[in-house]
Design a protein around this ligand. Sequence first.
Ligand SMILES: Cc1ncc(COP(=O)(O)O)c(C=O)c1O
Length: 406
Amino acid sequence: MPSFDPETLRADFPILSREIDGKPLVYLDNGATTQKPQCVIDSMTRFYSYENANIHRGVHYLSREATDAYENAREYLRESLHVPATHELIFVRGATEGINLITHGLSSQLEEGDEIVLTIMEHHANFVPWQVLAKQRGLTLRFAGLRDNGELDLEDWKSQFNSRTRVAAFTHVSNVLGTRNPVTEMTAFARERGVLTLVDGAQALPHGPVNLAAVGGDFYVFSAHKVFAPDGVGVLYGPREILNAFPPYQTGGDMIEQVSVKGTTFRAVPERFEAGTPNISGAIGLAEAFRYLSGIDWEAANAHEDELAAHAASELEKIPGIRVFGSAPGKVAIVSFLYASAHPHDVGTILDTEGVAIRVGHHCAQPLMEYLKVPATARASFAFYNNHSDVEIFLRGMKKVERFFG
Ligand SMILES: Cc1ncc(COP(=O)(O)O)c(C=O)c1O
């Protein structure tokens, strides 16, 4: 039976009991990466201590065991994410690699004059690969704008579609504004027009389970390190039929059917896109993180995170000269703000002296910064293991910033 008690869960994360210069660590940089529970760390230590072997094709016991652990991780993720039989789940290095794999695969299928619809809130990972592809293939990129509260302007997004639109790529959740996009409605709209969709789920999974069958799109990507799991591994999900028609992204061992001096034939997905030795322990750690997260009551966890973020935002807004970005209904617990009297880097540096970790800068979303007409923001991003004390220490740190610069 899933339950939620932030203090009990917090104890599962060893790093959260650290002190920084004698002060308790207040980790509010969860949008950049999340911390790992002991069970995830243990699952990887166990693999390297007792089970390590290379996978696939091995006849010895350890290799068979490691292969099973890797493939069982895939199966567990398939079940947890409700992957339909028509779709495949491929292990990649992360969201960035997943998106690059898709733009590479689509390259030969798109023609000059074809159009891609993006939104202005995309992370560079879901922006630059499309821009590069557009340049190579003579494609047109169209960008949907936002409403004043940071919500996607859905009417504007829909109006970007025309008879040349081939792909719509959009984030599930904005890493700067916390806006949660209506992805099911968006994938349905695109599908009715025969347009492929790619959803960037990097910031959605840290805030609760995602049902990919319900999202209903073609491609979906995310990074394990943002879901309380190891770095260097992530997931690409997509329709088998389309993926099998893509040329291989990388070639080499494990992804081939037959190799001779005359030529090579390639395997179908998932192996087609898992050339070389994959991140075996990473896949195992990711499945363990999903197992851990399945024990959490996410309704309660989201209410907790949202309350912390709402309290932080409303207190910040009381400081003269502070502007908070993004108040879309249903947004996730990310608070981006700009203080007129101090550069975000100074805000981050002063907070650091109090043991508070936030992120400052353009958050790999420079087109959004340009759109908002700001050079950078400071961002406090919350996870279920944050607590009221974290918010109080953060706000105390902001008082110090105010004393310095206000
Ligand atoms: C919305 C979004 N998409 C993609 C990425 C890229 O993730 P990664 O660097 O793990 O590939 C990030 C990372 O911050 C992100 O926030």
